[in-house]
Structures are given as C-alpha cells and as structure tokens.
Design a protein around this ligand. Structure first.
Ligand code: KG4
Ligand code: ZN
Length: 351
C-alpha cells in the first residue's frame, strides 16, 4: 500500500511517499526554522504563512523524487493534530483537496502516533520490532513514556509534569546564548566539555515515578550561569568557550540521565518489555542514545529512527502511522477534525 503523507504541525512542511509503512520512496522536509534562530521559538503566524507558500512545491518534489505520479498512490495520510492550528490547517486542507480531486481515502493521524511509528521506517522486513515496546517520545512539546502492545494500542505510563525535554534543551540554549533549536546547539557545544564540571541536579532522582520534570534543572542552570566568577567571561560579558562547553556538557548529561533513569524504572516495573524505542527530536541526541543502550544491556533491544530526519518532524512517520491505522481498521481516522489540542492519550487505543 503506497501512502502519500503530509505533516505541517509546527515549523515544517513535509510530504512523503512510503510503501507499506516501511519503504520510504521520498521524504521532503522544508523548514522555516532558520527564520526563528533569534526569536527562541516559532512564531505561529509566520510559520503558517511560509507553509502556504511551500506546500505545493514540496508536493511536486516528493512525487518527483519517488519517480511516481498519482496513479500509484493508494491513500493520503495527514497530521490532524495536535500542533499550531494555522500550520495544521495548511496540511489538512491540502490533504482534503488532494483526496477529493484524486478520489483517495484520507487518513487523519495523531502527530504522536507518527513519532511512535518512526522506528519502523526502513527497518529490515525480516527483523521487525517486537511488542511489548517501551517508547520514550521526547520532543520540543512532549516527553512521555508509552507501553505499547501493538502499533495502535498501548498506555501512557509516564509524562512530564512541566517542561518537555526538548524545551529544556531549547530554554537552556537561550540561557547559554546558543541558537534555536537548542538540542543540536547544546549537543555541539557539549562535545568538548566535561559532564561533571558543574553539579546540576538530576530531577526526581530519589522518586519511584515514571514522570519527568525539567523546570528545576532549568532554574539550576540559570543560577549556575548567574553565579559564574568574572574570569569565566570575556570582557564583553560572553561565556568563555571552556566554560560554555563544560556547562553544556553537564546540562545535557543531567537531562539524559533523567530520561534514562525513568526508562530503567519502567523496565523494572514491566519485565515483559522486549524493546525500548527512542523517538522525537531529542532521540537524535547521541549521548542519550549511548546512555540508553548501556542501561538496557541485554534486557531489551534498543532502537532509534534509522535517520536523523525521522527523529524530528517529518511526513514519512505520518505515512507509517497511517498505514498501521489502516491495517488495524481504525475508523476514528475517517471524517476527522483538525485539532490544535488533541489529548495525548488519544494517540493510541488503551487495551
Ligand atoms: O519532534 P520535533 O522535531 O518537534 C516537536 O514535535 O517538538 O522535536 C524538536 C525538539 C527541539 O526541542 C530540539 O531542540 C530537539 O527536538 N532536538 C534535540 C536534538 N535535535 C533536536 N535535542 C537534543 N539533541 C539533539 N541532537
Ligand atoms: Zn514532533
């Protein structure tokens, strides 16, 4: 089954063509992120305006790269929410129009189910992931732990009490004077730093909970920067490279330690877990990947999306989720509404 998918929930306009939820024929991603490096985050109106301009050129590129035309497409999948309303509407209105013109079924997909499905893209058909799977979904807006028994069924077993992990990276980067998005900038600055140079507290370390919290850590970072001795700065007041690298490394380590800690507790609580998956923008983080792999040892197979472009927002993951919804005969996807706020738990059906 060949699905053409559209994702436009935040600052990206992405269109992909994917066969059977696995084989990616094309996955074009246009992003207006560069326009927001200095604003510390996305400006919704501006993002939507840019999406209106590029959705049709991106569609043509996706068809061209896949070397195909509409006669080969079996269905259209589109992100129905949650996200920025103006941005979502660009994608869903385009999807509805195309489905009507080409007389194709239209599948509405929860953005989070897209991330949860991203670990299937380009997997070896002879080595598919095995349920039950513990999935850490960590992005700019979300940080959750899911216990999944099938593609579309499962349970939300942990979530953040305040900021998301990606948000902790983004806000931390702003405090450090690094550009948005903060994840990649902090990861780069941390490459030459020492993880134990600054004593930043790992959140909820003594608590037996699957929840996350990042706001205390962010405040600790703020105070660490405020209390630095004058010799840590240039005459112009900027942080010296060594100081910046060490703080970035310590901060990144504390975020990753907290995420890994919750995975450890979940594996203990649910010994039936066969695999641990990391998805969402933060799953691009290489320090996090190696810490999770080490923590899981031989207890669970660890998987991340096969490409960095499948970690951050992309349409290929929406095609995979659309395919799995179709396979499971999920009727909630038909006749859907575009919704900026969509309950998180609605990403999967509870069992
Ligand atoms: O999934 P995503 O593209 O969009 C949302 O749905 O939010 O995630 C974006 C988030 C941003 O907060 C960004 O800072 C973070 O993912 N991110 C990273 C890395 N690359 C992106 N965080 C840590 N390390 C990275 N390498
Ligand atoms: Zn996302």
């Amino acid at each position: 089954m060949r699905i053409l998918s559209i994702e436009s929930s935040c600052d990206e306009t992405s269109i992909a063509i994917v066969d059977d939820g696995i084989e990616v024929k094309s996955n074009i991603i246009a992003s207006s992120q560069a326009a927001f490096t200095t604003s510390g985050g996305v400006i919704p109106e501006e993002a939507a305006r840019k999406q209106v301009e590029c959705v049709i050129p991106v569609l043509h590129q996706a068809l061209e790269l896949a070397q195909t035309d509409w006669s080969s497409i079996d269905a259209i999948a589109v992100t129905k929410g949650p996200g920025l309303l103006g941005s979502l509407l660009v994608g869903t209105v385009t999807g509805r129009a195309l489905a009507s013109i080409h007389e194709l079924p239209l599948i509405g997909v929860h953005h989070t189910l897209g991330h949860l499905s991203s670990t299937w893209l380009e997997t070896d058909k002879n080595d598919p992931p095995t349920f039950p799977i513990l999935t850490l979904s960590a992005s700019g807006g979300h940080t959750e732990l899911w216990l999944r028994t099938s593609h579309t069924q499962g349970e939300l077993i942990g979530r953040t009490r305040d900021d998301a992990a990606g948000e902790a990276f983004d806000k931390g980067a702003t405090l450090l004077g690094l550009p948005y998005p903060g994840g990649p900038s902090i990861a780069k600055a941390a490459e030459h730093g020492k993880t134990d140079a600054y004593d930043l507290p790992v959140p909820l370390q003594k608590y037996d909970t699957l929840d996350f919290s990042f706001s205390g850590l962010k405040t600790a970072l703020r105070y660490t920067i405020r209390d630095l001795p004058p010799e840590s700065r240039t005459l112009g007041g900027e942080l010296l490279d060594d100081t910046l690298h060490n703080i970035a490394a310590s901060y990144q380590y504390a975020i990753c330690f907290h995420l890994v800690d919750r995975i450890r507790i979940a594996i203990e609580r649910y010994p039936e877990i066969k695999e641990v998956h990391l998805v969402g923008g933060v799953s691009a983080n290489t320090v996090l990947r190696s810490m999770v792999t080490e923590a899981c040892g031989s207890q669970a197979v660890v998987r991340f999306p096969k490409k960095l472009s499948y970690c951050t927002d992309n349409a290929a993951m929406i095609a995979a989720a659309g395919y799995f919804l179709h396979l499971d005969g999920d009727s909630s996807t038909v006749g859907f509404e575009t919704m900026a706020s969509l309950p998180l738990a609605a990403a999967v059906t509870s069992y």
